[in-house]
Design a protein around this ligand. Structure first.
Ligand SMILES: O=C(O)CCC(=O)C(=O)O
Ligand SMILES: [Fe+2]
Length: 345
């Protein structure tokens, strides 16, 4: 990704490359400018990730996910699912760190996602907040290039994020599978609810992309590069021209890596404001970019994408963590298509 002071020519070339990648596969490798993210930042975040997972179970459980109505904190192995199947990973989830609202002051249930992160130490918190700042800057710059790639004003998408992007991020560890192979998912096939997702991965591999229906290819790790994929929000806005492509993670096997290793990954989800509602954007489709969503392999008929971002995000979290949903939100009911309503009392 060109720096701010890059020539007009290299900015345009990058925007063209982006359009091709986003419309063809919905996945690409991204190298941010060194001023935003270099080796030092990369090392710091992986060191933090490793030191977190090395903590004792007792320490990790002090930030138990089950204690968080906002779906944040530590998820131990085997507690999460994708489409009803257990995911073989442990992870910590973070979001925008701010005071929760009182329920009686809320107008929408998705405001329950506003709240505090759980951190094991001040030092860890500092590292994460620094990383989040860098990722915020990378995301905002990428968002401008995404606008340029669609021949829009570069600030075209800025209003979606403004002061309150509902970013989410995780650090994930995928252990070696007992049985391994195709049957063992670190995380099952899914699309992301984001605008775009920007992922750092170590050198173990395992991430796969559904390039065509039932055809999966490896997103092989390349040092110094992020893997970026389009999320459901941008897919909706472009009428499916930019694709939220299904992806999954196969568990490492003892054949692929040495016994003491595991895959580490750090996905950052660049999301709009909670109250953002996505719709097909006429400015985009009138340029003839649109592809009817039905024309391409449908992501999944089990996953109904909800245009209201906050509801879509809540659905995805609640569905992956039904026990946490039941514990903290017993007054809400999730219908089988993922839409949520208040229970009648
Ligand atoms: O860990 C990875 O490589 C991918 C994770 C992912 O797709 C997700 O958490 O949405
Ligand atoms: Fe994902």
């Amino acid at each position: 990704m060109p720096d701010d002071d890059a020539s007009g020519e290299s900015r345009e070339a990058f925007a063209r490359d982006l359009r091709r990648a986003c419309s063809e596969s919905g996945f690409f490798y991204l190298k941010p400018p060194k001023s935003l993210f270099g080796e030092e930042e990369n090392e710091a975040i992986f060191e933090a990730a490793k030191s977190f997972f090395a903590l004792s179970m007792e320490e990790k459980m002090k930030m138990d996910y089950a204690n968080s109505p906002q779906f944040r904190g530590y998820v131990s192995l085997g507690l999460e699912n994708t489409r009803g199947k257990i995911d073989a990973r442990e992870q910590v989830e973070f979001g925008v760190h701010s005071a929760p609202k009182r329920r009686k002051d809320m107008t929408h249930f998705y405001e329950r996602l506003i709240g505090e992160n759980q951190y094991p130490s001040n030092e860890f918190e500092e590292t994460m907040e620094k990383f989040i700042d860098r990722m915020d800057a990378i995301s905002r710059q990428l968002t401008r290039y995404l606008a340029l790639s669609l021949e829009l004003e570069e600030t075209y998408f800025d209003y979606m994020f403004a002061e309150q992007p509902n970013m989410q991020m995780k650090i994930c560890k995928y252990p070696i599978a007992i049985d391994g192979g195709e049957s063992s998912f670190g995380v099952g096939p899914h699309t992301d609810t984001s605008f775009v997702s920007i992922l750092l991965q170590d050198d173990v591999g395992g991430l796969q992309v559904e390039i065509e229906k039932d055809a999966w290819i490896d997103a092989t790790p390349i040092e110094g590069y992020f893997v970026v994929n389009i999320g459901e929000m941008l897919q909706i806005m472009t009428g499916g021209y930019y694709k939220a492509t299904p992806h999954r993670v196969l568990s490492p096997t003892s054949k692929s890596i040495d016994e003491n290793k595991a895959r580490l990954s750090i996905p950052y989800f660049w999301n709009p404001r909670l109250d953002f509602v996505a719709k097909v954007d006429g400015e985009i489709t009138k340029k003839g970019f649109s592809t009817a969503i039905e024309e391409r392999s449908e992501t999944s008929n089990e996953n109904r994408i909800i245009n209201a971002y906050g509801e879509n995000a809540f659905k995805s979290l609640a569905r992956s963590h039904p026990k946490v949903f039941a514990k903290h939100h017993p007054d809400l009911l999730m219908r089988s298509d993922g839409t949520i309503e208040k229970k009648k009392s």
